[in-house]
Design a protein around this ligand. Structure first.
Ligand SMILES: C[S@@+](CC[C@H](N)C(=O)[O-])C[C@H]1O[C@@H](n2cnc3c(N)ncnc32)[C@H](O)[C@@H]1O
Length: 294
């Protein structure tokens, strides 16, 4: 039976009480400094300076075979875009972490921009502490495009050419804002019509975390989310027999997260099913051009 701790407080202070090398995976979506209700917007320098302080602590508590998955978007000031992963890459690299993938998490809906192209992706920087790291590719394979295809020449002629367990999901995870869009990795972003939505303004989908948890940890390993919000990481871990610690500074979010965990334990929490087929939007009335606009 896996366990969890949901700690209320500032992650920098709370991490000081945690043993070295504890976590096989640290996965989080930090504040982006965009003025959400849980943050005060600062200059990019001040913001990074503050975040910088926590990184040494995170690396101290990261297991030698461990990974950090840092999920970020853009910070925007007076219309100018600052891609946060660009800045975080430098901060992690300076501490000798090694980048394994810069995963593009693409989604089809969002705010429409009028002075630049509408932003439709965020990224996950996946770093490891060392060269020897846990990576369970088989647990996150996706169906091959042509599972029946065979080699037509050479020593393997006549044998199936693709892995029967499926293919590598690649570093582009097309994730949607709403269930009616098409996607590559079939993980919708969490918005108001989503079964996982709470009143937190920036939840990420449990399914997104599950992929990282399955690939980068083994059962009973420890996972940390230092900016835990309403507990999506905790739920992804408990669902998959991983131990987890979440740190969140706002009590309201922790309380919602605790309720979600209780609902999960009672079998009442609604999840979007992993790999659930996506609704075909082309069949919806809303996707037909209205007669008066033709
Ligand atoms: C982008 S949200 C993460 C949401 C989370 N991924 C989820 O699905 O619920 C960032 C969270 O970090 C919290 N936070 C910001 N600064 C913090 C700090 N120094 N220590 C702990 N939590 C913090 C915010 O209150 C917010 O809930």
């Amino acid at each position: 039976m896996s366990s969890y701790k949901y700690i209320l407080g500032n992650s920098l202070n709370k991490l000081k009480n945690i043993d070295n090398d504890k976590f096989k995976l640290i996965i989080t979506s930090p504040p982006y400094n965009v003025g959400k209700e849980y943050e005060t917007k600062k200059s990019i320098e001040e913001y990074l300076n503050e975040q910088n302080k926590i990184l040494d602590e995170l690396i101290r508590v990261l297991h030698p075979k461990g990974s950090i998955c840092w999920q970020v978007g853009n910070y925007v000031e007076k219309g100018e875009v600052f891609p946060l992963d660009y800045f975080y890459y430098e901060l992690f690299k300076k501490r000798n972490l090694q980048l394994r993938n810069r995963i593009i998490w693409k989604f089809g809906h969002g705010l429409h921009s009028s002075k630049r192209f509408s932003g439709r992706y965020e990224t996950i920087l996946w770093f490891t502490k060392n060269n020897n790291y846990t990576f369970n590719l088989d647990l996150v394979r996706v169906p091959s495009k042509y599972p029946g295809k065979k080699y037509f020449k050479g020593p393997k002629k006549g044998q199936y050419s693709s892995n029967p367990k499926g293919k590598n999901p690649s570093d582009i995870w097309e994730i949607i804002l709403n269930d009616w869009e098409n996607e590559i990795w079939n993980i919708p972003n969490v918005k108001s019509n989503h079964v996982e939505k709470t009143e937190h303004p920036c939840q990420y989908p449990i399914e997104l975390v599950e992929r990282c948890v399955l690939a980068l940890t083994d059962e009973e390993d420890w996972v940390l989310d230092p900016f835990a919000g309403v507990g999506s990481t905790l739920l992804a871990c408990l669902k998959n027999k991983r131990n987890v610690i979440g740190i969140e500074k706002i009590k309201k979010y922790k309380d919602i997260g605790l309720k979600r965990i209780t609902d999960f334990e009672k079998g009442l929490l609604r999840f979007r099913a992993v790999e659930k087929p996506i609704y075909d939007h082309t069949k919806s009335k809303l996707s037909q051009m209205p007669l008066e606009l033709k």
